[in-house]
Design a protein around this ligand. Structure first.
Ligand code: GSH
Length: 217
């Protein structure tokens, strides 16, 4: 299999961590959707990372669809999102909250990086970040027993930690260590596992930090 997309993208990284955690071997094409758009469109018509090229040449895209495929490949015992209820919705509600917070942060990043400075609309950044903050707060309050959805590590833990680490890298002022203590401790625990260690975005890639506008700005 070939995973297309740099680990700087949290969408790509959640797939990479899942592949590694489940024991899949894969090759990695670390391209960026923005500077390799034509190539990315050859994998995904919408031109976004991640994509996963299967050994038979079929291409899956969108992290959610890829993760769903991996779960069905490994079967119900190992699936990272349980295939049975009620465990399934217990994990799913955590994933969608983390992904919702991620989308809100990504909107804020794009507002700054995709617009000329005079067209950046600060209230839109504020709105999105406040939504993301509430999402992370909700995730923080869930706690861990010892994992977010109970006794075993699931996609809830993978997606939440990738999103929390993205928040810390991109919005160091808003999401400084200590803001979400339970997420900090979960993040530290997963960083002891090879799947997370081996997919840390290269330091020079995590450069698009966003400063939150203050009332004085
Ligand atoms: N729903 C998609 C979102 C993927 C996504 O937004 N990827 C970003 C990189 S972080 C991208 O490729 N953006 C390029 C673009 O939107 O044109 C998923 O879960 O895979």
């Amino acid at each position: 299999m070939l995973l297309v997309g740099r680990y700087t993208s949290p969408f790509s990284r959640r797939v990479a961590v899942s592949l590694r955690y489940l024991g899949f071997e894969y090759e990695h094409k670390a391209i960026n959707a923005w500077s390799n758009l034509a190539e990315m469109r050859s994998y995904n018509p919408v031109g976004r990372v991640p994509a996963l090229v299967l050994d038979n040449g079929e291409v899956l895209f969108d992290s959610n669809a890829i993760l769903d495929y991996l779960d069905f490949m490994v079967g119900p015992e190992k699936a990272l999102t349980p295939l049975e209820e009620p465990a399934r919705h217990g994990v799913m509600r955590i994933i969608v909250c983390a992904m919702g917070a991620l989308e809100k942060m990504v909107h804020s990043v794009y507002e700054v990086t995709m617009h000329p400075e005079e067209k950046v609309h600060d209230p839109w950044i504020d709105h999105n970040l406040s939504q993301a903050e509430l999402g992370l707060d909700w995730l923080d309050q869930i706690g861990q027993t010892p994992w977010m959805a109970g006794e075993r590590l699931t996609q809830a833990d993978i997606t939440t930690t990738i999103v929390a680490q993205f928040a810390l890298a991109r919005f160091p002022e808003s999401f400084a260590p200590g803001t979400y203590p339970n997420l900090d401790s979960l993040s530290a625990r997963v960083m002891e596992l090879p799947a997370w260690q081996e997919t840390v975005p290269a330091p020079d890639e995590a450069k698009l930090k966003v400063s939150i506008p203050t009332e004085e700005d």
